[in-house]
Design a protein around this ligand. Sequence first.
Ligand code: DAH
Length: 352
Amino acid sequence: MLERIEAIRAEAAGAIEGAGSSAELEELRVRYLGRKAELTGVLRGIAELPQEERGQVGGAANRARKELEALLEQRAEALDATELEAQLVTDRIDVTLPGAPPRPVGHPHLIARTTRLIEDTMVGLGYHVAEGPEIEHDYYNFTALNHPPGHPARMLQDTFYVQSHPDVLLRTHTSPMQVRSMEAKPPPIFVVVPGKVYRRDSDATHSPMFHQVEGLAIAAGLTLADLQGTLLAMCRALFGGDRELRLRPHFFPFTEPSVEVDVSCFQCGGRGELAGGERCNLCKGQGWIEILGAGMVDPNVLGFVEPHGYDPEQVQGFAFGIGVERVAMLRHGVPDLRRFFDNDVRMLEQFS
Ligand code: DAH
């Protein structure tokens, strides 16, 4: 009997030592110490043993049971620790990781992208970018740009006025920032001004709100040749390296001389007709596309900022204004300007 107890103890101790999980350990506990276990049977049958065996067998069986209980407890603790450890490793959350990356939900509007392209080109030529108010004084929008009060040129632009303040209006162009920029900084100045402008106008190529980029360069000795070179660089960045420019005389109150600038058609290469011989629809057979207004800043305009260091005898320069929608329509073949502002994602998604 004593040998049997020792055999059970040894077998159970080995099994407990080798248990790989707490579930397995629980099985061993039932097998070796449960109600139907052999050792439990021995302990239960002690009373029936002959008197002289009882003490020895009972003592051995009890020691074996105690030892196995202790072993089970030790092993359970060890297994719990490794199981917890394993779970911590697999459940690991690194709270320092950035959150799930935001899903791409959009992209800049084509007008914003076109504006950026113009800005970037001009910044590459050494210009600064400035922005100004959309609600403007008559003084900056007209008077200081050489539109005397009552001058018919004011009628050329269908202006939105603020009813209660006849001197306040929605700027009809970005040109007022020419004057504001010069008030803020003495020459030399090289600045571009992107922004929204407003006119009472609405059809396939006009919208009551649209965007322009104004350019202004004032320094000693600037000439029309500088204007032409600058605009050539800008138009080549926008429409391709092979483009040529054509300057046609025009009238703007704030420039003298004034020009309208055409860029050679980038669809027909300036020939006016396509490879098959048919008339180019983009330039309407002209070979040239009108793209912006420009000119040499009128000395009268500099006269308004003379106290800020702009002596028309000392400095001169040029200005230009380009319509962003028009550039975007040409570059991307958009047929109707109003599509930019319909907020139809099927249209907008094409330009991601
Ligand atoms: N402000 C003019 C317009 O909106 C465009 C323009 C023409 C701007 C000539 C200029 C310029 O700076 O020199 O029609």
